[in-house]
Design a binder for this molecule. Structure first.
Ligand code: FRU
Length: 480
């Protein structure tokens, strides 16, 4: 057991459960003015197990209220990941989740809620899709409409086969298997938590593409020590067949801790908003936990933009972050090789802009009282940003915890970096979200110090905003 002294400071503007284990976001849905997030949850402890759906909701994606456990495990059934859609005028929510039976069989089941997700009725016909498989999971329901009319599409994985099975339904009850995507890409991984999100390239509705999101986790011998990660593919979708434009999977986040992200159903203004679990199966079980273990990322708004003739995924922080930064007049800091303290006085966000042809190498360092450190280095000659986390507190978590993530940058031109730090959650949005880095960082509970230095004397534009910390006890209604 880890003692309180080594507990991670609880984030203030991210979703964490008041206590116990949490992994994947499930059933993300915007419904009657609230963002609902269900999540993989152990109601009884800080380790993975007794898998159930926890539940929280928010009006602004910043402050979350935790509700009673929504779908509880039984002696016959573990409740794995899945999704929720708000369907029909009565405001009924329909959930699909993976039932894992005692013999390890994984099949898809259904439940409905008529009270905004607080209580759920399981379908007496469950499971409604059963292939006798032990790795058939993570149903994601999306909406699809063309000249033939409206239908629901369910994406599930055959995780070990590295395939996405596509099903179609007009009534959310009976499902027809219409296609299978994959396998492709690296072997030695399972595919988990698929999603397929329509996005207009450069905001042009006549240039619609479908973005397949995949979470992949190493299996077998000689596993990649980097562990879990997410990838995406841009392509076309005709209601059954997904046709990628290019065969290679693109890395979705360059850090170590962004997994199982999927989109919200019914987000306002047709926006695409995803939420991910900020951990990695490589060491998730080894993280200090007391009383909570597991956090969600900042919600991210997705779009597609053309870079070098190809559509690239752009991930932006949520409105509450963008608005806070937009309200601040950036200051210009005169930099040199002597580090300048940026006075990030608590948890918050900082936005920096610099011209690497003037600054030369730029070094950003985060430190706090455990001796842990994060070093972010922009080396203009390599057109990359290197993010390294190190220190004794991090080394004791797991031998593979210390890491360096390399973020490819477009080149030697002005660069923009949005840094969010909330307790142990570090998220970087580079160049307006063309690349992201999400890392858990063990810096301790004291005030973190953010310093900046450059190779050559130069001006750097800096905006720093501290985000209000809502005490967990006021924020969270303890689960029943
Ligand atoms: C992904 C995952 C899913 C599964 C769930 C179990 O992190 O392995 O495939 O449904 O977690 O908790």
């Amino acid at each position: 057991m880890h003692d309180e002294q080594h507990a991670l400071p609880r984030p203030g503007f991210h979703l964490t459960p008041e206590r116990n284990w949490m992994n994947d976001p499930n059933g993300l849905v915007f419904h009657r003015g609230r963002w609902h997030a269900f999540f993989q949850y152990n109601p009884e402890g800080g380790d993975w197990g007794n898998m159930s759906w926890g539940h929280a909701s928010s009006v602004d994606l910043q402050h979350w209220e935790e509700h009673p456990v929504a779908l509880r495990y039984t002696t016959e059934e573990q409740v794995y990941s899945g999704s929720v859609v708000a369907a029909g005028p009565g405001g009924r929510l329909t959930a699909y989740y993976t039932s894992v039976s005692t013999d390890g069989r994984q099949a898809q089941s259904r439940a409905t809620s008529d009270d905004d997700g607080l209580t759920w009725q399981r379908d007496p016909d469950n499971p409604i899709l059963d292939r006798g498989s032990h790795a058939f999971r993570d149903p994601k329901i999306i909406r699809y409409e063309d000249a033939a009319g409206f239908r629901w599409i369910m994406l599930t994985v055959e995780a070990v086969e590295r395939q996405v099975l596509v099903y179609s339904s007009t009534d959310l009850r009976t499902w027809e298997h219409v296609n299978t995507v994959g396998p492709f890409g690296p072997t030695g991984v399972v595919w988990e938590c698929p999603d397929l999100i329509p996005l207009a390239v450069d905001g042009r509705p006549d240039e619609l593409r479908w973005v397949l999101l995949l979470s992949t986790n190493p299996i077998g011998d000689a596993q990649d020590p980097d562990g879990s990660s997410m990838s995406y593919l841009v392509g076309d979708f005709d209601g059954s067949v997904f046709t990628p434009e290019r065969a290679e999977l693109q890395r979705l986040d360059h850090g170590r801790d962004f997994y199982a992200a999927v989109g919200f159903d019914g987000a306002p203004d047709g926006e695409a908003v995803i939420l991910g679990w900020m951990s990695n199966w490589r060491y998730a079980a080894d993280l200090p936990a007391s009383p909570w273990r597991g956090a969600m990322s900042l919600p991210r708004r997705l779009s597609l933009t053309t870079v070098d003739g190809q559509p690239r995924l752009v991930q932006e922080p949520p409105a509450f972050v963008r608005e806070r930064l937009a309200a601040i007049e950036p200051t210009t800091v005169a930099l040199s090789s002597d580090a300048v303290d940026l006075a990030l006085d608590g948890d918050g966000v900082a936005e920096l802009r610099w011209d690497p042809s003037i600054t030369g190498e730029l070094r950003l360092r985060l430190t706090a009282d455990t001796g842990g450190a994060v070093l972010i280095v922009h080396d203009p000659t390599s057109s990359s940003l290197a993010v390294t986390r190190s220190g004794a507190a991090m080394d004791t978590v797991h031998p593979d915890f210390a890491s360096t993530s390399i973020v490819p940058l477009a080149g030697d031109r002005p660069t923009r970096l949005l840094l969010s730090l909330d307790g142990p959650l570090l998220e970087l949005f580079v160049d307006g979200g063309l690349a992201t880095v999400s890392d858990l960082v063990l810096l301790g509970s004291g005030r973190p110090t953010l310093t900046l230095a450059s190779e050559r004397a130069s001006p750097v534009s800096v905006a720093v905003a501290v985000l209000d910390r809502v005490p967990a006890t006021d924020q969270v209604h303890a689960p029943a």
